[in-house]
Ligand binder design. Structure first.
Ligand code: MN
Length: 206
């Protein structure tokens, strides 16, 4: 069922031409749900927030990236579901392909819905059910345990159904510090600029 939602992802891409992962057979996973925020240097630099649910990564493009300051509303445009495997993808999407440009894993970790201060980090099925229902209703409150992004956030759908707002809740992780000033991958330590300069080598090695 969940994998059917990857049709749009697959239709937009040619897996002979892009290093991005093709949709794979569903694997059942255990433990907390994954979140990832990728920095993507496409025509415009943006951040892609992805939340694991039902075997795929629900996805939003956040032009300015997350803010850790309560009250700051960051536009988050919902995009097509991505395969779970996309969560560790870093590399260069070649010119001419959908989303051409460099991608790094800017932040990742685990998340849980957090309605009423309750968490479901250790109850995967219940966490997924709550996320699914909240997204259908257009309002998800969730707790991130990442390296750069921590604490409680809300995703709220606007009248335009593709447009959501990402807002930090007040908690001990709230700060005026801009997390996007830390611009290195949490997996490789690289920046998107580093990927631009290694592009030639990577391609000749491939
Ligand atoms: Mn993107």
């Amino acid at each position: 069922m969940a994998r059917a939602s990857l049709e749009e992802y697959a239709a937009k891409r040619s897996f002979k031409a892009t290093p991005e992962p093709a949709p794979a057979a569903a694997e059942s996973r255990s433990g907390p749900l994954l979140f990832v925020i990728q920095q993507h240097s496409a025509r415009r630099l943006h951040y892609d927030l992805r939340l694991e649910c039902d075997g795929v990564l629900k996805s939003w493009a956040v032009p300015k990236g997350p803010s850790l300051e309560p009250g700051q509303k960051r536009l988050a445009m919902q995009t097509e579901d991505h395969p779970y495997e996309y969560g560790s993808f870093e590399g260069v999407i070649p010119q001419g392909q959908y989303g051409a440009g460099e991608v790094i894993v800017w932040d990742c970790g685990v998340y849980s819905p957090d309605d009423g201060q309750e968490h479901w980090f250790h109850h995967r099925a219940e966490a997924e059910e709550r996320v699914r229902e909240a997204l259908e209703k257009g309002k998800l409150s969730f707790l991130l345990r990442g390296e750069k992004t921590k604490g409680s956030f809300a995703l709220v759908r606007t009248a335009d159904r593709k447009s959501w707002l990402l807002i930090k809740h007040k908690d001990r992780f709230a700060t005026k510090d801009d997390p996007t000033e830390r611009n290195r991958s949490v997996l490789s330590g690289l920046t998107v600029a580093d990927l631009k300069t290694v592009r030639a080598e990577t391609m000749s090695a491939a």
